[in-house]
Design a protein around this ligand. Structure first.
Ligand SMILES: Cc1ncc(COP(=O)(O)O)c(C=O)c1O
Length: 399
C-alpha cells in the first residue's frame, strides 16, 4: 500500500518542487512534532500565523464551544451571529474610532480583493497603487499588484490601472495623484526581506493621500496582532490608514481575514449595486470564535509588550561572520547573509537541526524569522544555537 508521502506527492497539489515534506503528527506551543517523533522549534509560525503558538488553549476551547452551538447557518450578513458581533465590538474598541466597521472574509487575499473594490467604488477612480516587491496575495486582483513582470506576464492580462512606487522612496510619493483610487501598502514590507518604514515615510504617504483623495490602505496581514510590538503596526508608527487589512494570525490558527474601515467607506459595497461583495464562508462562526479568543489573549496577556525585548535578545544571541545584517520590526525579522550562496544551506541545515525558518519571496540573501510571540529565553537559546550551527555548516561547505 502506498505510504502517506507517496500519496501526498501523487494526489496533493504542490506549487513548487521544494516541498519541505515534514509529516506532521501534532503541534503544541512553540513546537511541531513529526510522525517520527522529531520535534521542530517553530521560528516561522507558518508565515506569521501561529503568533500565539500552536493550539493555544483558549482558542481550542472557544472552537469546541462554538461547534457545540452552531457552525455555518447562512451566508455573510444575513444572520446575527454572536462571535462576529462580539469580535467587531472588541476589535473596534482597541483601534482608532474611525475604523469602526469590519467585513469578515476567509483569507488575506480576499481582504485585498475587497480593498481594491472599495477603493474603486468609494472614489469612483480605477487606478490602484502598490509598492514594488510587495506580496498581497494569490487571487488575480491581488497578484495584479505585484511588480514582478516575469511572474505576472504568465497571468496576463492582469487587472488594468496598477501603478507602482518603491517602498521608502520619498521622491516617488509625487506619483500619487488624483487618478489613484487607493494606495495598498504594508507598513513594514515583508517579502522584500523585512523593510521597516523610514522615519516620516508613512506620514508623508498619509499627507499625500489626504491631498489627492486617495484611500490609504494598510495591509497588516503579516504585521497585525502584536507581531511588530504593537497590536497593529499603524499604532507603532503612528499613522492612521483609511482601511486596515487583517488575516493570518487573526484566527489563532483558523482561516479568516477581514477588512476594517469607516462605516461610510464600507457602505459603498452595500449600494449601487447592493451585494457588491459577498462570501459564503467569510466570518465562519467557528473561525470568528477562535479569532475572538485569540484577540482576548493578545489583550489580556499583553502579548505585544514583550515583543521588542525578545527581538533584541534574539538579535544579540544570533551573531555569526556570515550575517551581514538583521532587519526587524518586533519579531518580524530578516537575517541577511554576506553571500546568497549560503542561504539554501543555512535554511535546510536549520530545518535538519530542528528549527523551522523560511525564505522570502523577493530576497535571495535573507532568511525569515517570525517565531510565535510567546517564545521564552530558553527557546531563543535553542533556536540561535541551532541556527549558528547551520551557519557554521554553510560556511564549511564553501571552505
Ligand atoms: C502581506 C500579505 N498580504 C496578503 C497575503 C495573502 O494572504 P492569504 O495567503 O491569507 O490569502 C499575504 C500572505 O502571505 C501577505 O503576507
Amino acid at each position: 500500500m502506498a505510504g502517506k508521502r507517496e500519496l501526498f506527492l501523487k494526489h496533493v497539489a504542490q506549487t513548487s518542487n521544494l516541498s519541505m515534506m515534514l509529516e506532521v503528527s501534532h503541534a503544541e506551543g512553540m513546537y511541531i512534532t513529526d510522525v517520527r517523533g522529531k520535534k521542530y522549534l517553530d521560528f516561522n509560525s507558518g508565515i506569521s500565523v501561529s503568533s500565539l503558538g500552536h493550539r493555544n488553549p483558549d482558542v481550542v476551547t472557544a472552537i469546541k464551544k462554538q461547534t457545540d452551538l452552531y457552525m455555518h447557518t447562512m451566508v455573510y450578513g444575513e444572520h446575527i451571529q454572536a462571535p462576529q458581533v462580539y469580535y467587531a465590538q472588541l476589535l473596534t474598541s482597541v483601534i482608532d474610532s474611525s475604523l469602526n466597521s469590519i467585513y469578515f472574509l476567509n483569507s488575506g487575499s480576499e481582504a485585498v480583493e475587497l480593498a481594491i473594490k472599495l477603493g474603486r467604488k468609494y472614489t469612483g477612480r480605477h487606478e490602484v497603487m502598490a509598492c514594488r516587491n510587495a506580496y498581497h496575495g494569490s487571487t488575480l486582483g491581488a497578484e495584479s499588484l505585484r511588480s514582478d513582470l516575469d511572474f505576472t506576464s504568465a497571468l496576463a492580462p492582469t487587472i488594468p490601472g496598477i501603478r507602482h512606487i518603491d517602498f521608502n522612496d520619498f521622491g516617488q510619493i509625487e506619483k500619487i495623484n488624483e487618478h489613484i483610487a487607493a494606495l495598498i501598502i504594508e507598513p513594514v514590507q515583508a517579502e522584500s526581506g523585512v523593510n521597516p518604514p523610514a522615519p516620516g515615510y508613512l506620514d508623508a504617504l498619509r499627507a499625500k493621500c489626504d491631498e489627492t483623495g486617495t484611500l490609504l490602505i494598510f495591509d497588516e496581514i503579516q504585521t497585525g496582532f502584536s507581531r511588530t510590538g504593537s497590536l497593529f503596526a499603524y499604532q507603532k508608527y503612528g499613522v492612521l490608514p483609511d482601511v486596515l487589512l487583517i488575516a493570518k494570525s487573526m484566527g489563532g490558527g483558523m482561516p479568516i481575514g477581514a477588512v476594517v474601515t469607516g462605516r461610510q467607506i464600507m457602505q459603498s459595497i452595500a449600494n449601487k449595486p447592493s451585494l457588491a461583495h459577498i462570501t459564503t464562508f467569510g466570518g465562519h462562526p467557528v473561525c470568528v470564535a477562535a479569532s475572538l479568543a485569540a484577540l482576548q489573549y493578545h489583550l489580556n496577556h499583553d502579548i505585544a509588550y514583550g515583543v521588542d525585548k525578545k527581538a533584541e535578545i534574539l538579535k544579540k544571541k544570533l551573531k555569526h561572520p556570515i550575517i551581514k545584517e538583521i532587519r526587524n520590526s518586533g519579531l518580524m525579522m530578516a537575517v541577511e547573509l554576506t553571500k546568497k550562496k549560503y542561504l539554501k544551506h543555512v535554511v535546510s541545515r536549520a530545518i535538519e537541526n530542528g528549527v523551522l525558518v523560511d525564505y522570502f519571496l523577493f530576497n535571495d540573501r535573507s532568511f525569515r524569522l517570525a517565531p510565535p510571540l510567546i517564545l521564552e529565553e530558553k527557546h531563543i537559546d535553542e533556536g540561535t544555537t541551532k541556527l549558528i550551527e547551520a551557519m557554521n555548516f554553510a560556511l564549511q561547505v564553501y571552505s
